[in-house]
Design a protein around this ligand. Structure first.
Ligand SMILES: NC(=O)C1=CN([C@@H]2O[C@H](COP(=O)(O)OP(=O)(O)OC[C@H]3O[C@@H](n4cnc5c(N)ncnc54)[C@H](OP(=O)(O)O)[C@@H]3O)[C@@H](O)[C@H]2O)C=CC1
Ligand SMILES: O=C1O[C@H](COP(=O)(O)O)[C@@H](O)[C@H](O)[C@H]1O
Length: 594
């Protein structure tokens, strides 16, 4: 199967890329004076100037050096050898051309490190299968699971097969596709800090790559304390000798500014920034991807996107289950680090950033960093924390957070937090951005709510009364479940009288689009394979995010602030309402007609 015949959407970006990423990539690939040389040869990036032919750049980039026809007057070739970027000579170019005569000559090897774990089984293998089913994976690919657990290939396949689903339901031959997919999955058992074990993996990968140009993706689905060991061994013993090597890193990226910086330093001893794909799976969610489209491609929204028209913005995450089974991990992090500092803050940055120069990853990430750096560090008086307690309902006893055996009996770790954040720039001066995240609440939901100011004057005072803010427009972007975008408007109730109500202009995805929405991990894995970095977190974004939260986290811990208890399955601590009302805000999700 050739790429031209892929069912996979061939251009996932509606607009051509900006002409500029080349220069930035050069900078990223160049070594800083203090960076030690890369342990192996990281080879070749090709950067094209804008031309009609690279309109489908995401597909082109899937094979980078292997797929782009040589055209010296239009393209800059870069060779990155021992960390040093230099132009490729004509002779090199001929070698490269020979090496890359056809895309059939390249292959992608995906190694899931921590393949025996929960995330690998629950998300990564199913996402890879979905990509395979959609013909989004290249013709030549191999998937390796790597972990310490002893397992044969057959055992891995058996385990993986239990989690694969034919999500794309109306298609036939799903079980045949599953068999084909599983035949391309293999397993290698090894230690995470053994270069020797990674060299064995390298040998096996080479056998599968069969002399083709090899591109390698490592997905670190492991606890963060072993990230550096793995990156060291993989880069020394199992990185690609002639194609790209990329590493997807799962959160948490540290616990605070210092540990995050240390992790980044550790990773950068073996990788350059461009090879590091820090994943935040909320950025791969359909409605989060759509945020920029909604805002920047609709005249009815973009001019309203500022303090002039927006009264407050709410970012809400809630789960109707507790931390059961993950208490050990969670207790070390808490809800602020688990959800707010990453998922909700990333959404906020996308929501509030200025218009980027283009849709290029660096342009978008530059704007996100700017807005994050314009934010006021969080203060204790603008934060409420909570922890769920046991609750009995309908004869069922729901456990308290502290009932988890892996959680210390006196833990003060918050399972709920609400916060008011502010962006001190011209666009958002004075507008509260309210965040709320909690476990074991009454519902599962993630949404963005934008409450607009009231229309000046009070023409309809007989209908609205004096509380004009009750009758403002509200835009709701429901990320999950049941994806939707709806706008609350004031409307005349049909009839001879003049009575108003609030009704929704509703874009309900299930009703509007027949296609099933891909899982966030599918989009992100495909992006990493294609080298598209837009939805991954750059290190300066991460620094800015930690700078906002670190002082607060330290203060909470040093002062041993006790969380307000709330019953399992409730709407959370009352303190969250007081916090919102301090800024004249009502949580939109708690109103009677949300
Ligand atoms: N699970 C989830 O829903 C989510 C997970 N994440 C992150 O993804 C990563 C993987 O998550 P998950 O699969 O749940 O993690 P697991 O705890 O299941 O760990 C994955 C694998 O890593 C190995 N491992 C576990 N603990 C240790 C240890 N202390 N030392 C060495 N190896 C260890 C085990 O493999 P073996 O013993 O076979 O070597 C295990 O199967 C983590 O960083 C997590 O924070 C992020 C978002 C959601
Ligand atoms: O990263 C995390 O996300 C999940 C929620 O993800 P979702 O896609 O199911 O909404 C959360 O449960 C977990 O605590 C957190 O680590």
């Amino acid at each position: 199967m050739a790429f031209s015949s892929l069912k996979c959407p061939s251009s996932r970006f509606a607009f051509p890329p900006s002409p500029g990423p080349g220069s930035r990539r050069v900078a990223a690939a160049s070594p800083s004076p203090s960076r030690p040389p890369l342990p192996r040869r990281f080879f070749s990036k090709r950067i094209s100037s804008r031309s009609p032919r690279n309109r489908h750049w995401s597909v082109v980039s899937m094979h980078e050096a292997a797929t782009v026809p040589l055209s010296p007057e239009k393209e800059i070739d870069l060779k990155v050898e021992n960390g040093v970027a230099s132009a490729i000579s004509a002779e090199d170019n001929r070698d490269l051309a020979a090496l890359s005569t056809s895309k059939k000559d390249s292959t992608v090897s995906i190694t899931v490190v921590g393949a025996s774990g929960d995330l690998a089984k629950k998300k990564i293998f199913p996402a890879l299968f979905a990509l395979y089913y959609e013909d989004c994976l290249p013709e030549h690919f191999t998937i390796f699971g790597y972990a310490r657990s002893k397992m044969t290939d057959a055992e891995l396949r058996n385990t993986v097969s239990r989690t694969l689903t034919c999500r794309i339901d109306k298609r036939e031959n799903c079980s045949e596709k599953m068999d084909q997919f599983l035949r391309r999955c293999f397993y290698h058992s090894g230690q995470y800090d053994s270069e020797e074990n990674f060299a064995e993996l390298d040998k096996k990968l080479k056998e599968h790559e069969a002399g083709r140009l090899s591109n390698r993706l490592f997905y670190l689905s492991i606890p963060p304390n072993i990230f550096i060991d793995v990156v060291k061994c993989a880069s020394k013993s199992a990185s690609s000798a002639n194609g790209w090597t990329r590493v997807i890193v799962e959160k948490p990226f540290g616990r605070d500014s210092e540990s995050s910086a240390a992790l980044t330093r550790g990773l950068k001893e073996y990788l350059v920034e461009d090879q590091i794909f820090r994943i935040d799976h909320y950025l791969g969610k359909e409605l989060v991807e759509n945020l920029s489209v909604l805002r920047f491609s609709n005249l009815v929204f973009e001019p309203l996107w500022s303090r002039q028209y927006i009264r407050n913005v709410q970012l809400i995450f809630s789960e109707d289950f507790g931390t059961e089974g993950r208490g050990g991990y969670f207790d070390n992090y808490g809800i602020i680090r688990d959800i707010m500092q990453n998922h909700l803050l990333q959404i906020l940055a996308l929501f509030a950033m200025e218009t980027p120069v283009s849709l290029d990853a660096e342009d978008i990430r530059n704007e996100k960093v700017k807005v994050l750096r314009s934010m006021r560090p969080l203060q204790l008086e603008n934060v409420v924390i909570g922890q769920y307690k046991s609750h009995t309902k309908g004869g069922t006893i729901y456990p308290a957070y502290l009932d988890d055996k892996t959680v210390p009996k006196d833990s003060l770790t918050p399972t709920f937090a609400a916060a008011a954040l502010f962006i001190d720039n011209a666009r958002w001066d004075g507008v509260p951005f309210l965040m709320k995240a909690g476990k074991a609440l009454h519902t599962r939901r993630a949404e963005i709510r934008v409450q607009f100011r009231h229309v000046p004057g009070n023409l309809y005072k007989r209908s609205f009364g004096t509380d004009l803010d009750r009758a403002t427009n509200e835009l709701v972007i429901r990320v999950q479940p049941d994806e939707a975008i709806y706008l609350k408007i004031n409307n005349k109730i049909p009839g001879l009288g003049m009575r108003l109500d609030r009704s929704n202009l509703n874009l309900h995805y299930a009703a509007r689009y027949s296609k099933e929405i891909p899982d966030a991990y599918e989009r992100l894995l495909l992006d990493a394979i294609e080298g598209e970095r837009r939805l991954f977190i750059r290190s300066d974004e991460l620094d800015a995010a930690w700078a906002l939260f670190t002082p607060l986290l330290k203060e909470l811990e040093e002062k041993k602030i006790a969380p307000e208890l709330y019953p399992y399955g409730s709407r959370g601590p009352v303190g969250a309402h007081y916090l919102a009302s301090k800024y004249g805000v009502r949580w939109g999700d708690l109103s009677s007609e949300h």
